[in-house]
Write a new protein. Sequence first.
Length: 322
Amino acid sequence: MNSALKGMLVATIALATVGCARDGYYHDRNLDYAEAEETAPLVLPEAHNSARFRDAMPVPEVSGARPATDGVVEAPLPQALSPGRARGRGYVERREIGSDAWLVVGAEPASVWPELERFVRGRGLDVVARDPSRGVLSTEQSRLSVRQGLRRGDSELHCERGGVVDAGCLRALERHFQSLSASASAASLTAQRPEVQDRAQFAQRGDDWQVILPYDIDRLWAELSHQLENDFVVEGRRELRERDPSAHTFLVGYLTREGREQGLLSSLASLELGAEPQPVRLTLEARGPEETVLRAMGVGEDGSLPEEDQRELLERVAGLLR
């Protein structure tokens, strides 16, 4: 047997036996996980500088986990990346409800505040009051303010005169931050992005689910209106159909879990989707100046929406605020 043939034979034997391992022909990695042992946590000296050390890969807290059933905890559904999160940081968008309007900037207030001061100086405006702790900058012409946005890493910018929106000032602010986000200076806006724990609290009342959110109802409606407009655009699965700012409600079409399963079976049988999105009304109810309750209610003959479908839809909608 020549050397080339011997080499091929050796390679064939090696490939045939490489998968052999314990408990079967192929190595079952489930055994590795089941038998893995937890090691003691790393202990740093008492004299260490805590500011120099942090978790290399921090694990975020999980909110909204469902109760354990037979010892098994069902984790929350994974959230699709919302359109706003897919954009680069530093973006500038307008929000409106009724006669009120403001800007949302994709950066933390600590990074936006210096730019707000630069905006005022660049226009030669006389500052009559300045309160960085509250994010308020008052000039002889307008009152400008910045505060934390509803979503992680966002800021809200307001410009008012006499208690009403100063439309000219708001347009100038919008142009200023749009030009900034399009330039290399945008890096200064994105320098600070602390992780914020999800603030949505899920609660069950009988067969109904609700989400308690620590936001003013008008701010929340305006933000959800924008996010639903961008996310509920999948025909036959999730659609934004109506918005009512005066009642703080939305009418959406949502293909429930049962509908998706029926549609899958129907498509396998006839190559056509047989399920239609169910009309659902999302309602916001104020429980105070900074607390709003979000609910999902079925619309139709019986008006029912199973609790698991309520929970699934509310998780998706609340996820748009992360």
